[in-house]
Design a protein around this ligand. Structure first.
Ligand SMILES: Nc1nc2c(ncn2[C@@H]2O[C@H](COP(=O)(O)OP(=O)(O)OP(=O)(O)O)[C@@H](O)[C@H]2O)c(=O)[nH]1
Ligand SMILES: [Mg+2]
Length: 394
């Protein structure tokens, strides 16, 4: 099952691996020096959603993720990669090869140091730098990576593609080999941007303009200001003034909190921390400070980040394909085995293809299992829909 995949990108020491560990509950190597991470880490985060199983009085059998008390945990794939520095597109630092790992991501989470206490290359500094400069630097490097990717071997590619009489959108899609982008959308972007349809006459400025347009449209970049525990209000204000959509968090405090809970030093309910009797005075003080930071009005927990990114920014809805329209099971009797986080606007036929290309090709009709009604192939699905697809290939 294709999960939503999110890539964490940012300069060295921004706290990507710390956040990765907080989101996925998996330990990644964390260090106070640049380039701690040299190989990508892959793990799962989860978003919570109300499971339809309660409506039919059974317990579901999720193939992936889990469900308890009618609350389903839907897995989201997270990738943590090495830090990116200025000049990475010319091979500086770890080079930009690793960005290839986030190519298949639906969105890039740009993790930056909102405290401004590390320089652009990740080394700690005494005087705060403006985090907006860090955001610009990373955005610039991502665009340069895309330009480099696009222009590599362009002449040969353009003359070969022109000879096949393919539409340029199809050719570009193949060259970019990025998932989740459809030809129609790329085609409309090409014509809206006034790009030459003859690929062989593309110039440097077309590569840059195309890369910027492509990233803005197809690879949303979501700003994640980390280390708010060490930030001052002026710096936060400066970031929010320029980038009001920024999500703020503290990977470090989230990890500390989950470790405290694991060690039995505290319990957390609805983000309220209750220290246990075992907690020492310094531990209580530390937990009180964590409570203060996580209660900041603009603060987001790892769970809130996942939900905001997937549901709001990427506009995904949860749909449950099943075979048996009354029992909501697959052919083996598993109740609600799958939950797909699909784009808003996904239709019944899109879902059929998502389940399997054969199911899509053999599509006969779809049934809205809750309303027990046949829906047309172009019917737009809603959040939490349970859909049975009748196909010749079943
Ligand atoms: N104060 C504070 N420090 C943090 C936070 N998150 C991470 N750090 C610290 O920042 C340093 C870098 O953390 P990492 O998670 O290794 O950073 P990274 O972005 O993965 O770094 P590279 O792998 O080198 O690119 C470590 O010393 C962390 O403890 C945070 O929320 N607050
Ligand atoms: Mg790291």
């Amino acid at each position: 099952m294709a999960k939503v995949r999110l890539g964490l990108v940012g300069k060295p020491n921004a706290g990507k691996s710390t956040l990765f560990s907080a989101i996925t509950s998996r330990a990644a190597e964390i260090g106070s020096y640049p380039f701690t991470t040299i190989k990508p880490n892959i793990g799962l985060g989860f978003i919570e959603t109300k499971c339809p199983d309660t409506e039919i009085g059974t317990t579901c059998n999720p193939r992936e993720g889990s469900c308890s008390g009618g609350i389903r945990q839907i897995p989201i794939e997270i990738i943590d990669v090495p830090g990116l520095i200025e000049g990475a597109s010319q091979g500086k630092g770890m080079g930009n090869e690793f960005l290839e790992n986030v190519r298949e991501s639906e969105a890039l989470l740009l993790v930056f140091d909102a405290s401004g206490k590390t320089a652009l290359d990740g080394t700690p500094v005494e005087e705060r730098i403006d985090p907006n400069a860090e955001i610009d630097m990373i955005k610039g490097e991502i665009t340069k990576w895309m330009v480099a990717r696009l222009s590599k071997g362009w002449e040969k590619f353009a003359s070969r593609e022109e000879a096949t009489n393919q539409h340029p959108a199809a050719s570009l899609l193949r060259k970019l080999s990025m998932s989740g982008i459809n030809e129609q959308a790329l085609l409309s972007a090409l014509s809206a941007g006034g790009f030459p349809l003859r690929l062989s006459i593309w110039k440097e400025e077309d590569f840059t303009r195309f890369s910027e347009m492509f990233l803005a449209r197809f690879k949303p970049l979501i700003l994640l200001g980390n280390k708010v525990d060490a930030a001052d209000p002026e710096t936060i204000d400066r970031i929010r003034a320029k980038h009001p959509d920024t999500i703020f968090t503290s990977g470090d405090f989230e990890l500390a909190l989950s470790r405290a809970v694991q060690a039995g030093l505290a319990e957390v309910s609805k983000r309220h921390i209750s220290p246990s009797a075992r907690a020492s005075e310094p531990q209580r003080k530390a937990l009180a400070r964590v409570q203060e930071v996580i209660s900041l009005p603009y603060y987001a927990s790892p769970e809130a980040i996942m939900t905001d990114v997937v549901r709001e920014r990427l506009e995904r809805i949860a749909v449950y394909p099943v075979q048996d329209e009354s029992k909501w099971t697959d052919s083996q009797g598993n109740v609600l085995p799958d939950c797909f986080m699909v784009r808003k606007g996904t239709t019944a036929i899109d879902l059929a293809f998502r389940v399997h290309s054969d199911i899509g090709e053999g599509f006969i009709r779809a049934i809205d299992c809750r309303r027990k009604m046949v829906i047309s192939r172009d019917h737009e699905l809603k959040d939490s829909d349970v859909i049975s697809i009748v196909s010749r290939s079943r």
